[in-house]
Write a protein that binds this ligand. Sequence first.
Ligand code: KIV
Length: 282
Amino acid sequence: MQKRITVSDFSKSKRENRKISMLTAYDYPTAKILDQAGVDSILVGDSLGMVVLGYEDTTRVTMEDMLHHIKAVVRGTERALVVGDMPFLSYHLGKYESVRNAGRLLNEGGCKAVKLEGGEEVLEDVKAIISAGIPVMGHLGYTPQSVNRFGGHKAQGKDLETAKRLLRDALLLQKAGVFGIVLECVPYRVAEYISHRLDVPTIGIGSGAGCDGQVLVTSDMLGLFKDFMPRHVKKYMDMGSSMEEAVKLYISEVQEGIFPTEKNSFKVEDEVLIQLKAASDL
Ligand code: KIV
């Protein structure tokens, strides 16, 4: 059994200048592959809504959806730190509800930390969750749960005012005790400067190499999700096309009687078959 990575390893990585690798997963087999490949952390992101459940954005994802997928991912991991995303409105209805929901992700789901979106506006919830002993990861910049407020998928922190707000929010979250902050679609020089100002690590997505670690949506980097491809994604393979080719081959082999062969089937003794054909006591 491997030693599981903890939130303290995140700060240690930053101190030792070692970049943190994080990827998303939503199911047991994918989590197992990522874990065995050695990724530091697995995020069960609410990107689940788009890349697995086929919703248009993350606002339809529920606590029950998150719990269902966090449980599967936790079963597939031994080493990676599993972080569960708090879904839309699960931390906006008062501190009691926020702590209760974060607690459910650990207690029922089995993840070791939660992530939530926002800065100053969610600070009291962040503090309350951390006071309950639950590690929290922040998420600033483009925050997908606010897609309807942003009016689309847009980089954040391009002008002085919004860049200052990002830095202020990051410092407030750090003071509240978060163990890391995802920076999504922040101009790379702003992200690099924020990372430099913080003691806790930043995990970038579309925010450049100056962050202390990187996260990608696994379905995007493997080419499995084709509805849209954000500009910041690097596609490491085209799994969607390989799957399509394999499925086409299967269909033609079934139609032509090439599959299954004897190798894919079970044998029976001749005598059983003779007696089956002769049986009249059905
Ligand atoms: O839900 C998610 O996958 C995320 C990442 C994009 C950081 O929040």
